[in-house]
Design a protein. Structure first.
Lengths: 201, 553
């Protein structure tokens, strides 16, 4: 137990440092007055998509939409291939909604290596269709997004290893401020159902 | 085995010497998972809310409810409405918008916890749940509902399965309703072997919608469901004569977070387990309760999403007092476990305790205090056998001892005796093993994320089963709830379980898996073929897919 304790205390310090460094609190504020989970609550960094376009995370990819957010990197041999293929299949099940009500966003957590070209090639290789954006950006911005969207591990040793990265998919409806997570390790049917439920479709 | 925990539980270690001081480092406030702190309010200003029992309504047509032929009594009908409403959680705060269950017979229901359903052995209930939640709701929570009868032994369609799947549609949306049938027959009735020793005591009902259970329960969709029979009669003149009526008090303990306007704060993007920093009992923040100098039965429910509770009865100066444990989730114990000092409650667990306040002088002040230390959704500090306690703890309820009152109630030396499962039956059991782990930031059982279209196991009806539940580690705790039947716990980490979960004395419907724990549980899935689930009852873990379907075939 004592070594476990030590890890957890270390985790606290690192977590505080991370919180201070990014100045991001991902929580949702009062919802007494209905309002969307807006840019004050989600980071809005500038990112680059697989087509080389500059996009703002919240303004261009999330606002007024139902989104599914995946954290991945093109060289991943762990959870990404499974999660990506689940999303590809879910994309087919949601064909009538994709790019209209429902959008997918895949965020590279290896921004130092993943170029726009890498993301475009990855999207092509997986048969990605309309309404699915792959983005990369400044490492600090990506880290802030990862924290804000809950895709981190409380254990800093686990969190450090990129191959352990989160396979959870964040599913959110910005207009309804309704957010949940589904596992990228689950089936396309389960993922598509969750997306429909959150979209209200 | 005499470890520290059993000492604590037996009350031999009462006093302060074993309590570890609260780490200064941990109280540094700013943890990454912590949202901003709730507003400070004066403790013990609100009276303990006592939500009323649900009242019967005239019979209505409920064609979806078909009771088994063994159910011979006329059903009683109830109607419960899920609605959005404002409740006063504390006199210093503005009313808080919650989702709550309301009894249809009351126009206004100023409680954050729903009406209490009262069941009696063999007397069926039809409960119509109407969904009057706002269809255009904005904010956390999903107004598509399914109501789990937690602790009940009922047909699958009335159990609150989490999702509409192929051929099975238990979820109802805003403007819709769903009729639940609770036959309340003794388990084994369909095989000519009804087991009257397998009856519940304190149960609850709560929302169970897939992906959104944590959010919906946190918003308030919970209520008690109490069970009575010829032993546990609800009267101090009959049966076991346990403390009854106004002296039988359900206490739902929950943690919550509020913003400066008194509104619920929740973070749906954090699935480690959400912790509140306000201590609520029956929907009020740190209420007070005036008692008379006599025995009371307190039905303790851990209604928190992710917080484990180690409840102690303490005096103003922190001195720990004793109580008798008479029931767990699995109903009355074989015999009371007397003179205990700690009620350890994982999320969703219940323990009924009896406190004799005649031991205390009029004017004595006592508190129900949580002395577990927990910093995040991983679980409390220490181990299941040796939880780390701190003093002072967090005071949930202030109890003020008043004047004398007649007390015909008793806690007899025998409650509801039952035999431990015989070795021959254990040897004949089908063995299954389920490992609960974190994988890539997601939760899995035997490596699988939940897929409600497919069962992870299919168990033949009424055959003995022994399931080994293993915590895969990483420092996380998981309270595992298996629907349909109570569990007889055969071993914990290879050793005989402690008294409050030992077969022959207690049954459980939630098994606590501390880090790396391994527990063997026995059951038979009697009476009801169908689709069921088991899952972690840390609700954020459940929603993040630590759940599996099993079928009884």
């Amino acid at each position: 137990m004592s070594s476990d304790r030590g890890t957890r205390r270390g985790g606290l310090l690192i977590a505080i440092a991370a919180a201070l460094a990014t100045s991001v609190w991902p929580g949702c504020a009062a919802d007494a007055a209905p309002r969307p989970r807006n840019a004050r609550q989600l980071p809005n960094p500038q990112l680059v998509d697989q087509h080389g376009r500059r996009v703002r995370f919240y303004d261009d990819l999330v606002a007024d939409r139902t989104v599914v957010i995946q954290f991945m990197y093109t060289r991943c041999e762990g959870a990404c291939p499974a999660a990506t293929s689940t999303l590809v299949a879910a994309q087919r099940e949601l064909a009538e909604l994709m790019g209209r009500d429902v959008f997918f966003v895949s965020i590279s957590i290896d921004p130092a290596r993943d170029t726009q070209g890498d993301l475009a090639a990855y999207a092509d290789a997986h048969g990605v269709g309309d309404g699915w954006t792959f983005v990369t950006g400044a490492p600090a911005d990506i880290e802030a997004l990862r924290r804000a969207l809950g895709a981190y591990d409380l254990d800093p040793e686990v969190d450090k290893q990129r191959s352990n990265h989160s396979a959870m998919l964040v599913v959110g409806n910005d207009r309804k401020d309704r957010w949940t997570m589904v596992s990228g390790l689950s089936t396309a049917t389960a993922v598509a159902r969750a997306i429909r439920r959150v979209a209200g479709a | 085995m005499l470890d520290r925990r059993s000492l604590l539980r037996r009350g031999l270690a009462a006093g302060g010497s074993l309590f570890v001081p609260w780490s200064a480092l941990r109280s540094a406030n700013a943890r990454f998972d912590d949202p901003p702190a709730s507003p400070r309010v004066r403790p013990f200003r609100a009276a303990l809310p006592l939500p009323p029992a649900s009242a019967a309504v005239p019979p209505f047509a409920a064609p979806d409810v078909v009771f088994p032929r063994q159910s011979t009594n006329a059903p009683e009908f109830h109607e419960i409405v899920a609605e959005e409403r404002f409740v006063q959680m504390h006199p210093d705060l503005p009313p808080t918008r919650v989702w709550g269950y309301r009894d249809r017979t009351t126009a206004s229901f100023p409680f954050a916890v729903g009406p209490t359903l009262l069941g009696r052995a063999g007397h069926p209930l039809v409960v119509r749940h109407r969904n009057a939640l706002p269809p255009d709701h904005v904010g956390f929570g999903d107004p598509h509902l399914t109501v789990h009868f937690h602790g009940g032994h009922v047909e699958a369609r009335s159990d609150g399965f989490p999702e509409n799947i192929t051929g099975f549609r238990p979820v109802f949306g805003p403007g819709e309703q769903y009729d639940y049938g609770y036959a309340l027959l003794d388990p084994g009735f369909s095989h000519g072997a009804p087991d009257a020793t397998d009856r519940p005591a304190t149960m609850w009902y709560h929302d169970h919608a897939i992906d959104f259970t944590a959010q919906n329960v946190y918003r308030g969709l919970v209520g008690f469901f109490l069970f009575f029979d010829e032993l546990d009669t609800g009267s101090e003149a009959t049966g076991l004569r346990l403390p009854s009526g106004e002296f039988d008090v359900p206490l739902a303990m929950q943690d919550r977070r509020l913003d400066q306007l008194g509104q619920l704060v929740y973070d749906p993007l954090q699935h480690n387990g959400f912790l509140g920093d306000l201590w609520l009992v029956n929907g009020a923040i740190q209420p007070f309760f005036n008692v008379r100098r006599r025995k009371y039965r307190f039905r303790l429910l851990n209604g928190c999403n992710a917080r484990f509770l180690g409840m102690q009865l303490v005096r103003e100066n922190g001195r720990v007092e004793q109580f008798d444990l008479i029931a767990t989730e699995g109903g009355l114990l074989s015999r009371p476990l007397r003179d205990r000092t700690l009620a350890f409650l994982s999320p969703a667990q219940r323990e009924d305790i009896v406190i004799d306040f005649s031991r205390f002088a009029q004017g004595t002040v006592l508190y129900l205090e949580n002395r577990l230390a927990q910093d995040d959704g991983r679980g409390p500090r220490g181990t299941f056998d040796e939880p780390e306690l701190r003093t002072p703890g967090d005071r949930f309820l202030k109890i003020v001892v008043g004047g004398d009152a007649p007390d015909p109630s008793r806690v007899p030396d025998v409650l509801r005796p039952f035999e431990a499962i015989p070795q021959a039956e254990i040897r004949a059991a089908t063995r299954r093993r389920f490992e609960f782990e974190r994988r890539n930031g997601s939760w899995v059982i035997n490596g699988l994320a939940v897929d409600l279209e497919r069962p992870i196991a299919s168990a033949p009806v009424n055959r003995p089963e022994v399931w080994t539940l293993k915590n895969g580690g990483g420092g996380w705790w998981h309270p595992i709830h298996i629907h349909l039947e109570f569990m007889h716990i055969l071993s914990r980490n290879g050793a005989q379980p402690q008294l409050d979960e030992r077969d022959g004395i207690a049954k459980r419907d939630v098994i606590t898996l501390g880090p790396n724990d391994e527990v063997e549980a026995f059951f038979k899935f009697r009476d009801f073929p169908g689709k069921w689930v088991f899952h972690c009852h840390t609700l954020e873990h459940e929603d993040a897919f630590m759940m599996a379907r099993f079928d009884v075939v």
